[in-house]
Design a protein around this ligand. Sequence first.
Ligand code: ADP
Length: 258
Amino acid sequence: MTDPEGRTTVIDPGTTASPPSADRTFQPSAEFAANANLTAEAPNLLIIGPQGAGKGTQAILLAERLNIPHISTGDVFRANAQARTQLGLECQRYMDAGELVPDSLTTNMVAHRLAKPDTKDGFLLDGFPRTVPQAGALDDLLGGQRRLTAVLVLLTPNHVVLQRMSIRGRRDDTLEAIQRRLDLYHCETTPLLERYSRLLVAVDGVGTVHDVHERIWTALAAFLRDRPNSLTNAEAVGGINQPMNDECDNCGPGHPPR
Ligand code: ADP
């Protein structure tokens, strides 16, 4: 596979694990369809939450149950870093420092993934968008053809997140990187909650994996049942597209290059 510039191999854990099938149509389970009154619309979902909120785990479970591809930017970056592809070499130092990978690299990678036919019947994006400019880029990628269905946010207090991080043991889980990622989450990512306020499904992320999953499932079904069908992407996102102020107290001047 080549990256969007056609210059290198991009490892995509999502598609290597389960090859996309172009002709699959979205088949919600009877239980979900009944709960959510889900008819023709494919679920185009985002999941947002701080590191350690458990969003990766919950995203896998939800995507499996909905039978839609789970697209985790962190997983794609890590797979590429491990395989030492061009993309991996470029993103490794940002990940190790807890910095965001530059928007251009990230957005190109997501554009490439969302162009694949297996996303036509729905997808769950995990870890993207993480900044307001990335959200603007996602609007462009979806265009007039696709609209976001719901934006899940896992609410997990800092002390729980820090406790979970201390046992995760990933290569980029140094104290400095953890703190930096939390700062960036609050500074760069939380503005998205306002941007997506009409699509937000907020769920308490504290509890067992099973309990949180059931909470997500029930909340999502309830949201979809009540969601006004006429809401377009532009109406849903409310037009907040300004990048954050570079002098933000938490992030300081070290914002990644855009
Ligand atoms: P975490 O939830 O612990 O931050 P992820 O697996 O989502 O873990 O992301 C790991 C790293 O990958 C991030 O710290 C960041 O460097 C990079 N990354 C993932 N998604 C994005 C994104 N949308 N924009 C920029 N960098 C990203």
